[in-house]
Design a protein around this ligand. Structure first.
Ligand SMILES: [Cu+2]
Length: 155
């Protein structure tokens, strides 16, 4: 039943007032030899909440993690640095252990900023494909969204 609810939250029947609003979840198609994918979306919580973790079905990727891209010169938060890049020079990424969602504030995951990183892709992500991403939130519990694989951000 969630399959039809493209780009919208589902599986939230255990909450009502705490309903999160997810927008525009998308992921770039990947070339055949890529091991990592990336997911972007926006989320708004009506109450103060916090994303505790994110997961992806094993049929899609080995692991999903929240990351933030930083530029050299900007002090990273007090977390271990994790540099994926071998040629990107000034860009680095740090894992986000959790992410606060202040009430009513839209938090955006987008290129060059916060993103969900998928590692150990089981297969290339193909344009038109969809897959689910599941979030654990401190207040809202488990929330699952559908992600569309597309080269361009949805409107
Ligand atoms: Cu990353």
């Amino acid at each position: 039943m969630c399959a039809a609810a493209l780009l919208t939250a589902c599986g939230s029947s255990d909450s009502d007032a705490n309903e999160l609003i997810f927008g525009g979840a998308w992921s770039r198609p990947t070339p055949g030899d890529a091991t990592n994918g990336v997911v972007y979306f926006s989320v708004t919580s009506p109450i103060d909440d916090e994303i505790l973790s994110v997961s992806v079905p094993p049929a899609i990727a080995g692991e999903a993690m929240m990351h933030e891209t930083l530029l050299d010169g900007i002090a990273p938060p007090a977390m271990p640095s994790m540099d994926h890049g071998d040629s990107t020079g000034e860009m680095s990424m740090v894992p986000l252990e959790s992410l606060p969602l202040p009430a009513g504030e839209t938090v955006v995951f987008e290129a060059g900023a916060k993103h969900i990183m998928l590692t150990d892709l089981a297969a290339p992500l193909v344009e038109g494909q969809t897959f689910s991403l599941t979030f654990e939130l401190r207040e809202a519990g488990t929330q699952t969204i559908n992600v569309l694989v597309t080269p361009n951000p949805p409107d």
